[in-house]
Design a protein around this ligand. Structure first.
Ligand code: GDP
Length: 358
């Protein structure tokens, strides 16, 4: 095999991870030619709402290969003018609270309204341990069979920042593909909700009836970020407990300072399993959008998010550039040892290292 072909094969294998758990899409993917379509075809396919091409484009965005990264930049730039029109909704909650059951129920409701939905995930556990807390592959089976639904598991990555960037770019691609609703799911146990919060408009927190925040592993900061707090599993003998929990959360949310958006967070109950209360929650999400569109905060929040991502990208690219600068790796190792042994302060070591940038 020629060196160039070997490189292409390597790039292809890096970009050939399972692209979607939608069984139909997966089937199509298997039939898809090994070689990636040219950029223009990828863009045309995305714009036509072709899920297979969209999956391939997302795989390119997720790939670590330099060749794919260059292609990914072009894809994202090309999709940008067609992005921005979807409702971007984040959802979090501890494992077992019923997120995937809820997304299935909400997805079905959205499907009945003749709208499309893309479900993306940010699961920081998937790179730390081999298993993922969200356990994407076996979830949302009904939803994954709807033609208007697209489910994408969390991208792998060595850092939450990298995973988040890929998910943000995937949102743009899905919007260019015409999805009116994009749900970004994460687990309510770490930093990942901050990342999701920085890329969505409306943030939902799912809770269980009858268990305090601490018991559910929910941090106070997460409750403060929520636009809608949803007490799930309000069925059977938990219905009364759920109503009590709703009242407790209403009282607790009253004590928080008002949101910059002017929106008063709502507390609601539902049973994702019995599909009770889902329509009312969807109505409330529409109220949220109406309210923030009317007062201009929706656009303002997206501008703030864009500024944040610009700063993140600068930090990230500066760091990459620094680490690739000749001599930095060796000098970094030397200075690190000196800092760890207390011979040099971290500040001076950093100053000396940055001088290598010239
Ligand atoms: P996730 O880990 O947050 O995605 O939670 P799942 O959606 O996988 O649900 C965890 C378990 O809770 C499953 O056994 C579901 O059937 C169950 N479950 C989810 N929603 C409800 C609900 O509204 N009521 C009841 N009784 N069980 C539910």
């Amino acid at each position: 095999m020629k060196e160039k072909d070997k490189k292409t094969a390597r790039d292809q294998s890096k970009a050939s991870s399972p692209a979607s758990i939608n069984p139909r899409a997966a089937e199509n993917l298997r039939r898809f030619p090994k070689r990636l379509p040219p950029l223009a075809d990828l863009i045309a396919g995305i714009r036509a709402g072709n899920h297979v091409i969209l999956s391939q484009a997302i795989t390119v965005v997720e790939s670590e290969s330099p060749r794919h990264q260059a292609l990914a930049r072009e894809l994202v730039e090309a999709c940008l003018p067609y992005s921005g029109s979807a409702l971007r909704i984040g959802i979090t909650g501890s494992p077992g609270v019923g997120k995937s059951t809820f997304i299935e129920a909400l997805g079905q409701h959205i499907h009945e309204l003749d709208q499309q939905i893309a479900v993306l995930a940010i699961d920081p556990s998937s790179h730390l341990s081999r298993g993922s807390i969200l356990g994407d592959k076996t979830r949302m089976e009904t939803l994954s069979n709807y033609p208007g639904a697209f489910i994408r598991p969390s991208p792998a990555g060595s850092s939450l920042g990298g995973v988040a960037r890929k998910t943000r770019e995937t949102i743009l691609l899905c919007e260019a593909a015409g999805f009116q609703n994009i749900l970004v799911e994460t687990v309510g146990v770490g930093q990942s909700e901050m990342a999701v919060h920085s890329m969505v408009d409306c943030f939902l927190l799912l809770l269980l009836p009858g268990a305090g925040d601490e018991l559910q592993g929910i941090k106070r900061g997460i409750v403060e970020m929520a636009d809608l707090v949803i007490v799930n599993k309000a069925d059977g003998n938990r219905a009364t407990l759920a109503k009590e929990a709703r009242q407790q959360y209403r009282n607790a949310l009253h004590l928080l300072p008002p949101k910059e958006s002017g929106w008063t967070p709502q507390v609601m109950t539902c049973s994702a399993l019995e599909k009770q209360g889902i329509d009312v929650i969807w109505e409330r999400i529409q109220d949220f959008y109406r309210s923030l569109s009317d007062n201009g905060y929706l656009a303002e929040q997206r501008r703030q998010q864009a500024r944040y991502w610009l700063e993140e990208s600068i930090n990230d690219q500066l760091r990459q550039h620094f680490l690739k600068t000749p001599g930095v790796a060796e000098e970094l190792a030397r200075r690190e040892a000196a800092v760890l042994e207390g011979r040099e302060s971290p500040f001076r070591a950093a100053q000396a290292l940055l001088k290598l940038l010239g």
